[in-house]
Design a protein around this ligand. Structure first.
Ligand SMILES: Nc1nc2c(c(=O)[nH]1)N=C([C@H](O)[C@@H](O)CO)CN2
Length: 117
């Protein structure tokens, strides 16, 4: 299975369940693995056939920052739905990490897989 990858997409946004968290921006780090047949793009060397990681990154950043969110689970689910619905990705793995949320941990996070191969 071919994939297009995005690693540690950094998104500053209003995220969290506590009142103080709703007053600040915090950084999320997002990893995506998106199933995609890369052969048509490689064979033709034509961007039209590629799943553009830049376009996906910009779209997900806009989606996540458009309004406050409480749970990182919600972020992961919205990212997965977006890449499947808007970019025709048949399967996606999304990991959302929240560095600094637990001071004694480097980061905490969630990971989901959606769709079928
Ligand atoms: N499973 C989750 N647990 C927690 C979340 C979350 O989004 N998913 N969020 C918080 C708080 O917002 C926390 O990050 C504040 O430090 C607590 N647990």
């Amino acid at each position: 299975m071919d994939k297009v990858l995005i690693s540690q997409l950094s998104v500053a946004t209003v995220i969290g369940i506590y009142e103080w968290e709703k007053q600040i921006h915090q950084n999320l780090l997002i990893d995506l693995e998106m199933a995609w047949d890369n052969r048509p793009a490689a064979d033709s060397d034509d961007y039209q056939h590629a799943l553009c990681y830049e376009t996906v990154s910009n779209r997900l950043t806009a989606l996540i920052t458009e309004k406050p969110i409480e749970l990182i689970e919600t972020v992961a689910e919205r990212c997965a739905k977006c890449v499947m619905d808007e970019f025709n990705v048949p399967w996606v793995k999304v990991r959302v990490m929240k560095p600094g949320a637990v001071p004694s941990a480097a980061a905490v996070g969630v990971e989901i897989e959606r769709g079928h191969l």
